[in-house]
Write a protein that binds this ligand. Structure first.
Ligand code: PGA
Length: 253
């Protein structure tokens, strides 16, 4: 059985003080009412070390939103996988559509990041998903398969066990437009079949596949009820304790 996960992606939001307040609030809320799933908060680099110190890791895991494609050295402004790991966090998001689009992260660059993250003992939330034009041309299956092949299917099955897949249709991110639960389930089942073809059914059944894109407390229960949806990667609704907790609680319904 795949692990059930609700992960937050703060993106470029919250200064240090605001971020600590949010992490603290969530920590208190989950201490009072234990989650039924793994909860991860992925924060900007500046929050990682303090948030990691502050939260109870039994209830909340911490992740970064990116890491460098180089080991170390003269790469001004970059943060390596080793540095991320040294903050005490466990996860890193890679392949987010915003990184692919605005920062031109290619499948090859992502492959380097994936290898460095794993070499440094980080688990990966690997994002895939099609654009609106690709969905309209009915190319979503092709797109997600190519994204997996391009950056994670070179891994051994043992390495792949550290990869969580996040399916995020680009047309649903931050737009308020969610894929319907049936639409999401259809492609999640396809993604699991592609993983099974590559690594076998046992690995595929153990792979967590999260849905992302305007997921909120009101639609999470219907999405999470689908057999191939193992949780969510949450942007906007991870920025307030009550909103995020509402999604976490969808696993109690
Ligand atoms: P959203 O973002 O929940 O704000 O749509 C999801 C994501 O980009 O991870």
């Amino acid at each position: 059985m795949a692990k059930k996960i609700v992960a937050g992606n703060w993106k470029m939001n919250k200064n240090l003080q605001e971020g600590l307040e949010l992490a603290n609030g969530l920590n208190d809320a989950l201490a009072a009412d234990k989650p039924n799933c793994e909860v991860i908060i992925c924060t900007p680099f500046i929050h990682l070390a303090k948030v990691s110190e502050l939260v109870n890791h039994d209830n909340i895991k911490v992740g970064a939103e990116n890491c460098a494609d180089k080991v170390s050295g003269a790469f001004t402004g970059e943060v390596s996988a080793e540095m991320v790991k040294s903050t005490g966090c466990e996860y890193v998001i890679l392949g987010h559509s915003e990184r692919r689009e605005y920062y031109h992260e290619t499948p090859e660059i992502l492959k380097e990041k994936v290898d460095l993250a794993l070499a440094n003992g980080l688990k990966i939330l690997f994002c895939i998903g099609e654009s609106l034009a690709e969905r309209e041309a009915n190319k979503q299956n092709e797109v997600v398969k190519a994204e997996l092949e391009g950056s994670v299917f070179h891994l051994t099955a043992e390495q792949f066990a550290n990869v969580v897949i996040a399916y995020e249709p680009i047309w649903a991110i931050g737009t308020g437009k969610t894929a319907t639960a049936d639409q999401a389930e259809e492609i999640h089942a396809y993604i699991r079949s592609v993983v099974a073809e590559k690594y076998g059914k046992a690995v595929a059944d153990n792979t967590s596949i999260l849905y992302g894109g305007s997921c909120k407390a009101s639609n999470a229960p219907e999405l999470f009820a689908k057999p191939d949806i193992d949780g969510g990667l949450i942007g906007g609704a991870s920025l307030k304790v009550a909103d995020f907790k509402g999604i976490i609680d969808a696993w109690k319904k």
